[in-house]
Design a protein around this ligand. Structure first.
Ligand code: SAH
Length: 357
């Protein structure tokens, strides 16, 4: 039994079942035994791989997208260039390399990384050596300044609550105990005001998920963009409006039982982009239409960039480059499963590649 499994089993025995959100929060970020707290989970030798780890093209194109957006809003200085959940720092490193030639941008930027994991902060520090970078625990700590922000595969790592429709009420998925072992169960159904709109587009037995901690994060970002200018780009796997059970665990690139080894597997759920857009709305920013990753990268010029890089490659390196292009863009890989959403101060200020919603 893992140490965390022992802790959670005792806690449930004493105080009753945990919501999925509480279970996920403990598994991912427990100060001593949490998944992100204790390891670098990325890459071939880890549990999962992300777009920036697959190819430098992802960060280069998104970096230039952010830079163009900064230029078209009058190149304000100083401004905050922020990333939430920066993993190994690869995306930010690619963004910074790609934007080096943009006149004035590096002089005007103040780089902020919002990262919960001490292990990954150390990896980011190493990766971004040579740049002046400040870390924070939460987006609320970002300065009051124009903000250009990016998040890739961040929101999928936030704890979710999961509900199954029963008549006019909702039963919440909980982690409880059966014969001393962790097991998933459902609470007694109750009506829930926040899910009232979903009574219209669901039927008995349908599952919907919410991500309570995403809302305050998006609100903080949207308020800064509305007040000071800027833009945010969120890329993740998911869709418009949550429907169905998407809670999953990955270990060594394989799907595993999410209850089997708490703290040892990556736990995620699909991102509900409609919920992110709705969380931004009250602050007065506009959200873009949700765009599939493959289409966004095509609009930002990935074919041209891929060809330029290919011209310098041969043999195995060329094959691996072609394979990376495919992984990022193909509908059978990340191209349509992954989506992007942008926030901007007004419809005419949408970053390149995004249509106003
Ligand atoms: N964006 C990176 C890594 C994605 S993994 C990439 O594309 O490769 C998720 C990242 O979010 C990790 O850096 C993890 O430590 C961080 N993270 C997860 N939950 C967090 C939280 N609540 N606050 C801040 N960072 C968090």
């Amino acid at each position: 039994m893992t140490a965390l499994k022992d802790i959670l089993t005792r806690r449930i025995a004493q105080t009753g079942p945990l919501s999925l959100a509480d279970y996920m929060a403990e598994c991912l970020l427990h100060p001593e035994h949490g998944y992100y707290t204790t390891r670098d989970p990325l890459g071939a030798s880890g549990d999962f791989t992300t777009a920036p780890e697959i190819s430098q093209m992802f960060g280069e194109l998104l970096g230039l997208c952010l830079a163009q957006s900064w230029l078209s809003q009058g190149a304000p200085a100083p401004f905050t260039l922020a990333e939430i959940g920066p993993g190994r720092g690869t995306l930010m490193a690619d963004i910074l390399r790609a934007t080096k030639g943009v006149p004035g941008l590096h002089d005007a930027m103040q780089v902020r990384l919002v990262e919960a994991s001490p292990t990954l902060r150390a990896a980011q520090k190493e990766r971004l050596a040579g740049y002046e970078v400040t870390w924070c625990d939460h987006v609320a700590e970002l300065q009051d300044a124009p903000l250009w922000l990016i998040a890739n595969e961040f929101f999928d790592a936030l704890p979710i609550r999961q509900f199954t429709r029963k008549g006019q009420g909702w039963a919440e998925t909980q982690v409880g105990l059966k014969d001393g072992a962790l097991t998933l169960g459902l609470s007694a159904p109750t009506p829930l005001a926040e899910l009232a709109p979903r009574l219209e587009d669901t039927t008995d037995g349908d599952v919907v998920e919410t991500c309570p901690s995403a809302t305050p994060i998006v609100t903080e970002i949207a308020q800064r963009i509305s007040k000071h200018g800027g833009a945010a780009i969120f890329v993740d796997y998911g869709d418009w409006r949550s429907l169905g059970d998407t809670f999953q665990a990955l270990e060594a690139h394989e799907m595993v039982d999410p209850l089997a080894r708490p703290g040892q597997a990556d736990l995620t759920a699909h991102v509900d982009f409609e919920a992110l857009a709705q969380a931004a709305q009250p602050s007065g920013v506009v959200s873009s239409q949700m765009v599939p990753q493959g289409l966004l990268l095509a609009r930002l010029g990935i074919s041209e960039r891929a060809q330029a890089l290919a011209a310098k490659l041969s043999g195995e390196a060329l094959e691996s480059h072609a394979r990376a292009f495919d992984r990022l863009t193909s509908p059978t890989e990340m191209g349509t499963l992954f989506k992007a959403l942008a926030l901007a101060p007004s419809p005419d200020k949408m970053p390149p590649g995004f249509d106003a919603g």
